[in-house]
Design a protein around this ligand. Structure first.
Ligand code: CAA
Length: 258
């Protein structure tokens, strides 16, 4: 397994684990960490033995945002020319389902990273927010767009304009998180969920994720057209024949991921 400077990456069964590991900075997302996460996630994504990815942090922080000290001195031109957060688009584009397992702070870029994932499991200690307004800036890794889609305009606007944090219960009520679990159970629940996903057929997982993404990006008519094509395409996979035969024969499906 490749060694990285700012994360730990390991494989457990069919699940790839990425643990953000900059405890000295509450897992602030600097350029090296972005590159490491993208490299590890891309490697898992290219591996047919992996069916789900978990991204997690520490008990204290999933991630406290983009690294303020790294970007503080930059000019507008440098932020644009360097496309400072650009590589995160590669993470958001992985085909494999990604679960964020969030304990502690998920602030700024940390909240935005969680929102690039497909499932957000939150410990009851999790705190979400977009505090960039307190720094004289605004969310820059997708927060103004993905938070509105996740929780609706008025909740998102209040969070972005005040910079306040919300606890796990409010995040769940708002629709930002899939589920809240006791902090001590977070990693076990993430593992269980990831294993349940990874046991499905990869072509159907890729298609489901792409179709769900289309729901966020397109009109209803375009999204329905996308779904129709993706649904039909799966009828050329061996796993569709196997899944439906297994149902008819009242047995568990043995998927071959093709
Ligand atoms: N960038 C760089 N360093 C950070 C950081 C960040 N986002 N968040 C925390 N750290 C560092 C602190 O500077 C501190 O380092 P030192 O010991 O060297 O001073 C260390 O992590 C521990 O942090 P605190 O001492 O501040 O811990 P705390 O428990 O008192 O407070 C906190 C925790 C409330 C999360 C506080 O650290 C905080 O407010 N962090 C910044 C949160 C923030 O503003 N995030 C948005 C960043 S901008 C962004 O993300 C842009 C975007 O949209 C992509």
């Amino acid at each position: 397994m490749t060694e990285y400077d700012t994360i730990l990456a390991e494989t457990r069964g069919r699940v790839g684990w990425i643990t953000l590991n900059r405890p000295e900075a509450l897992n602030a997302l600097n350029t090296q960490l972005m590159r490491d996460v993208v490299a590890a996630a891309s490697a898992f994504d290219a591996d047919p033995e992996i069916g789900a990815i978990v991204v997690t942090g520490s008990e204290r922080a999933f991630a406290a945002g983009a690294d303020i000290k790294e970007m503080e001195g930059k000019s507008a031109q440098e932020m644009l020319d360097g496309d400072h957060f650009g590589d995160w688009a590669l993470f958001a584009a992985v085909r494999t389902p990604v679960i964020a397992a969030v304990a502690g702070y998920a602030l700024g870029g940390g909240c935005e990273l969680a929102m690039m994932c497909d499932v957000i499991l939150a410990a009851d200690t999790a705190r979400f927010g977009q505090p960039e307004i307190n720094l004289g800036v605004i969310p820059g890794m997708g927060g103004t767009q993905r938070l509105v889609r996740a929780v609706g305009y008025y909740k998102a606007a209040e969070l972005v304009l005040t910079g306040r944090m919300m606890d796990a219960a409010e995040a769940e009520r708002s629709g930002l998180v899939s589920r809240v679990v006791p902090a001590g159970d977070l990693l076990a629940e993430a593992e269980k969920t990831a294993e349940a996903i990874a046991a499905k057929s990869l072509p159907s997982l890729f298609a489901a994720k792409a179709a769900l993404d289309a729901a966020l990006e397109s009109s209803l008519a375009d999204g329905l057209r996308f779904e129709k094509q993706a649904f039909a395409a799966l009828f050329d996979t061996a796993d569709q024949k196997e899944g439906m035969a297994a149902f008819r024969e009242k047995r568990a499906a043995a998927f071959e991921n093709r």
